[in-house]
Design a protein around this ligand. Structure first.
Ligand SMILES: *Cc1c(COP(=O)(O)O)cnc(C)c1O
Length: 387
């Protein structure tokens, strides 16, 4: 399909090309100096003491679960309104998930009261997901976690460069996991990052990332180590220097690109203010986003969700946008409704998640969206609603 307005697009240019060439010519391709620089810069930009680059966010979530010793017999509370990797990561360890509902149709993030409802004596952790880069209710969630001795993992795949009360999303809990998949705010094709403020977890994660080995090829190449021991059941979840080089360039562009996303989201919000749509997060963030959000309170505007009026035929709505070249998507079919999950977790009902997900459509949002494209999306959406 040749979309006039695709759902997302990369902001890639000469700087990315140059960064890749430099790595190729250096002839050091796997984790090394560039990856270390990327980790340091990412840590600094997010105010995180430790950052570890990995192969993707799915594995970041998996390693996060392993680092806090989640395994068979444990339960982890997760939102169902997320990408399936949020929940799969728990299942890889042999633990089980409990699905929590969201706050409501205008706040599509996990409801803290639902975390309390899902608690059992087996609950070991909660994974929260900052939907579209809008913060979950972290103070309330951390308070519940403290009271019940739960670890908190943040699926911050949507949220690099996003802040709540001046603190980066991903750094509120024990471990934060970011994705650098091609359609994410910071993209390297495939890639991810783990952050933590706990030195013990950082050491464990570093080990798990590379076969549980006590030294890396890089260390041995530089004479820092000659042999190694294997002290944990680790994996190969490393990133490579080409992706880290792309990540450094993209990280430098992130604040300006997130601000562009905020401006476009505000344009959508004002254009749709009289339309019969539910606009998630608008009432909470419209004014602050318009006034050029500071680093203090800034979502990352990863995607732009709208909820159609109840009863609208969503497929025909999407078809009408497709006819004028506008691509849309769904975020998300709830995890508990997938066949695999229905078989392993039968009889789950999450009324708020199910109602919101059934009405949700995601419109194109990315920093390089041109004014004419934005107008086309707005006009097509308003027109499709009138029919
Ligand atoms: C993209 C995404 C992931 C998985 O990230 P990968 O880097 O593709 O493994 C996990 N959770 C959420 C919410 C995502 O959007």
């Amino acid at each position: 399909m040749n979309w006039t307005v695709p759902l997302s697009d990369l902001d890639y240019g000469l700087d990315e090309e140059q960064a890749v060439l430099t790595v190729l010519r250096s002839k050091w391709l796997t984790m090394g100096a560039v990856t270390q620089q990327f980790e340091q810069e990412f840590a600094q930009a997010h105010g995180a003491p430790f950052a570890l680059a990995v192969s993707n966010a799915t594995q970041a979530l998996h390693l996060a679960c392993l680092a806090i010793d989640i395994g068979p017999g444990d339960e982890v509370i997760v939102p169902s309104l997320s990408f399936v990797a949020t929940s799969n990561a728990v299942l890889y360890t042999g633990a089980r998930v409990r699905f929590a509902d969201i706050c409501g149709p205008t706040e599509l993030t996990i409801d803290p009261a639902e975390i309390e409802r899902c608690l059992t004596p087996r609950t070991k952790a909660v994974i929260v997901m900052h939907y579209a880069g809008f913060p979950c209710r972290m103070p309330a969630i951390l308070e519940i976690a403290r009271r019940h001795h739960l670890a908190v993992i943040e699926d911050a795949a949507h949220a690099p460069g996003a802040f709540l009360d001046g603190k980066a999303l991903g750094t509120w809990g024990d471990i934060g996991c970011y994705s650098f998949f091609s359609n994410k705010n910071l993209s390297t094709g495939e890639g991810g990052m783990l952050v933590t403020h706990r030195e013990d977890l950082a050491a464990r994660l570093k080990n798990l990332r590379s076969h549980g080995m006590t030294s890396l090829t890089w260390d041995r190449h530089h004479g820092h180590a000659y042999t190694y021991d294997v002290v944990d059941l680790g994996y190969n979840d490393r990133i490579d220097e080409i992706r880290s080089a792309l990540g450094r360039v993209q990280l430098a562009k992130l604040p300006a690109n997130n601000a562009r996303r905020a401006r476009i989201a505000c344009q959508y919000w004002s254009a749709f203010s009289a339309a019969p749509l539910t606009l998630p997060f608008k009432d909470q963030y419209f004014s602050s986003a318009e006034s050029q959000i500071t680093n203090h309170q800034s979502p990352s505007f990863h995607i732009f969700p709208i909820l159609l009026p109840p009863g609208t035929d969503r497929q025909s709505f999407a078809d009408r946008l497709r006819e004028v070249g506008v691509q849309t998507s769904l975020h998300y079919p709830p995890i508990h409704t997938f066949t695999y999950y229905r078989e392993h977790y039968p009889g789950i009902s999450l009324p708020i998640t199910e109602a919101a997900a059934a009405r949700e459509v995601t419109l194109p949002l990315y920093p390089t969206l041109r004014p004419g494209q934005i107008e086309r999306v707005i006009a097509a959406t308003l027109h499709a609603l009138e029919i």
